[in-house]
Design a protein around this ligand. Structure first.
Ligand SMILES: Cc1cc2nc3c(=O)[nH]c(=O)nc-3n(C[C@H](O)[C@H](O)[C@H](O)COP(=O)(O)OP(=O)(O)OC[C@H]3O[C@@H](n4cnc5c(N)ncnc54)[C@H](O)[C@@H]3O)c2cc1C
Length: 552
């Protein structure tokens, strides 16, 4: 079984034919996590996502797997402990998607929290990870700090702490989690929106689903339902339950991306804005530097969120406060992206103080809502949600379904061992497949041993002109095949934004790879000339919408 764009009609038919044990509404990380957990216990699971997988908050995060050092200040020790445990688990189950990173926290004279108090926090952070951190924290004086980060502002610098956390490909963690759910038998569909409930004896028994691609409507029946629609929770709650009372306090978060050449950070830097209110990260990754985030109240449809000029000015201000010598300007920004945090209202006076803890709400009308929480803790949140959902089943079934297998690798072909082995034989494999070392390493780092499956299945299918392109076009064309056949990717925008980092990391947003990639999509999905034009326009429209701040 695979998550293939070409199997969509089969999945649609299966969705209409069966009565599922669990119907999961929403295909972000929460829905993917619940689906994998439940399917790996042996439950029959359906996942229905209104748009592309991970197109909501789950591709718009800071892309950090972290305990959240700042939650220590709010005394949220339980949250930090759980997140650090899950960080360790994610290193194990997704080594191709989650990578250790050092974070430097510089301290300047007059800082609200001084070196001593922060030092205690650092010890606590390492201790809460049960000392299973990639590396213990370090305390540096001002000179040592500037040796490590020469572009940092040295004026009034007292020193810094350096500690470990991790960065990830948030969108691809969702996809790999869903692929694993499919492996365990789940039926998973994107571009299908749940829009109407059907009750039997006062309990939710089915939902009407509208296919956003073909317009058809169908009914999916379930023995229990789980809503994992993040910032859409109040909207979906209202559409399913007439007396739904709003529970969300969504906030907007914006990030900017830069090239590593222009903003040469070696380690992530934790910056605190002048008003001492917010933390802004500068995060170097393989392919770019991400800076963010803002945190402001948001109202409206989460699908329409976008970056404003004020968000950009704020983030540029913080960068230039910490790195005045680098002279970062608006023209250095490659891309911006914005997302909506699905926070649950807890009565806090400010946005940034609202808790990142998750809430599970069990409605007696046969539906469980999971909302809030952090990406990092998705696996354990999903487990807790399924345990609660199981109360709606018989004792025998709860016993039968008591053992999730979510500590297994997300992708059995991408483990620490397979990654290491493939990387130790680069020359050999480059000869076998006639690839450059850069191409081979990129494929292996992204897919582990699945790189060989991709090469064996698709290399010979590349059109002649694309096969000889060594500028990256060949690599992204192979990725296009894989995205269509293994990740149900239907659109260029989904490919450039969520299956690959091209839109966020390439100065031309990946436009130079458009021809080879489009050729593969047209070939596999049978696109007409008109559809090809539509798809290109979709890319342009996205960039225009998200980057509209640059004309304001
Ligand atoms: C700016 C920002 C930075 C963050 N940084 C981090 C970080 O670095 N680390 C971390 O751990 N966490 C981070 N988070 C938090 C984390 O990203 C979110 O908690 C998480 O992604 C929420 O996932 P979700 O699946 O609940 O929601 P979403 O990803 O929003 O998924 C909900 C899905 O439901 C779908 N949907 C809506 N209505 C329907 C319907 N009617 N039918 C079917 N489907 C529907 C939507 O299309 C969407 O795909 C950050 C959040 C933000 C906003």
């Amino acid at each position: 079984m695979s998550l293939s764009a070409l199997k969509r009609d089969d999945v649609w038919q299966n969705l209409e034919a069966e009565v599922f044990d669990l119907v999961v509404i929403g295909g972000g990380i929460s829905g993917a996590g619940v689906a994998r957990d439940a399917a790996s216990r042996g439950m029959r699971v359906a996942v229905i996502e209104a748009s592309d997988f991970a197109s909501g908050t789950s591709s718009r995060s800071s892309k950090l797997v972290h305990g959240g050092i700042r939650y220590l200040e709010n005394l949220e020790f339980g949250l930090v402990f759980e997140a650090l445990r899950e960080r360790r688990n994610l290193f194990d189950i997704a080594p191709h998607l989650v990578h250790p990173l050092r974070f430097m926290l510089p301290i300047y004279k007059g800082a609200r929290v001084g070196m001593f108090k922060l030092g205690l926090g650092m010890w606590l952070y390492d201790a809460l990870s049960m000392f299973e951190t990639p590396r213990m924290h370090e305390r540096l004086n001002a000179t040592e700090t500037l040796e490590r980060a020469p572009i940092l502002d040295g004026r009034d610098l007292n020193g810094s702490f350096v500690y470990s956390d991790a960065y990830m490909d948030d969108d691809r963690v969702v996809i790999e989690t869903l692929r694993s759910a499919v492996f365990y038998g789940a039926q998973v569909i994107n571009f299908a929106k749940v829009d109407e409930p059907h009750f039997e004896h006062g309990r939710l028994a089915a939902v009407t689903v509208t296919d956003q691609r073909q317009g058809r409507r169908g009914t999916v029946r379930g023995r229990h339902f789980v809503s994992t629609v993040g910032p859409w929770t109040d909207r979906v709650g209202q559409s399913l339950l007439k007396d739904w009372k709003p529970v969300m306090r969504p906030t907007k978060g914006v990030h900017l991306t830069f090239s590593r050449d222009r903003f040469p950070l070696q380690e992530a830097v934790v910056m605190i804005s002048d008003d001492e209110k917010r933390i802004v990260f500068g995060i170097p990754r393989h392919e770019m530097v991400i800076v963010g985030t803002t945190d402001t109240d948001f109202q409206g449809d989460p699908a329409t969120v976008r970056t404003d000029r004020a968000d950009v000015d704020y983030l540029l201000g913080v960068i230039n406060q910490y790195f005045p010598g680098v002279g970062i300007q608006e023209t250095d920004i490659i891309a911006s992206y914005s997302g909506v945090r699905p926070l649950v209202h807890d009565g806090s006076e400010s946005e940034s103080k609202t808790s990142r803890e998750h809430t599970i709400l069990s409605d007696p009308r046969n539906i469980t809502f999971l909302m809030g929480g952090k990406y990092t803790t998705y696996r354990s949140m999903a487990e807790e949600t399924v345990e609660i959902a199981l109360r709606n089943f018989s004792g025998d079934e709860s016993v039968k379904w008591s053992a999730p297998k979510t500590l297994e690798p997300l992708n059995p072909l991408a483990t620490e061992f397979t990654l290491r082995r493939a990387k130790s034989q680069v020359d050999h494999w480059c000869q076998v497949y006639n690839l450059t070392a850069q191409e081979f390493l990129r494929l292996v780092e992204r897919h582990g041993d699945e790189a060989f499956v991709i090469l064996d299945q698709y290399l010979h299918r590349l059109p002649a002109g694309v096969r000889s392109a060594q500028d990256g076009g060949r690599l992204w064309a192979l990725e296009a095949f894989h995205s269509i056949h293994e990740t149900a990717c239907f659109n260029l925008i989904d490919f450039f934004l969520r299956r690959t980092p091209l839109m966020l990391s390439e100065p031309d947003h990946g436009r130079r790879f458009l021809d080879p990639v489009e050729e593969i999509f047209a070939l596999e999905l049978g696109w007409s000339e008109a559809e090809r034009k539509n798809q290109r326009q979709g890319l342009i429209n996205y960039v225009d919408h998200e980057m509209a701040w640059s004309n304001a």
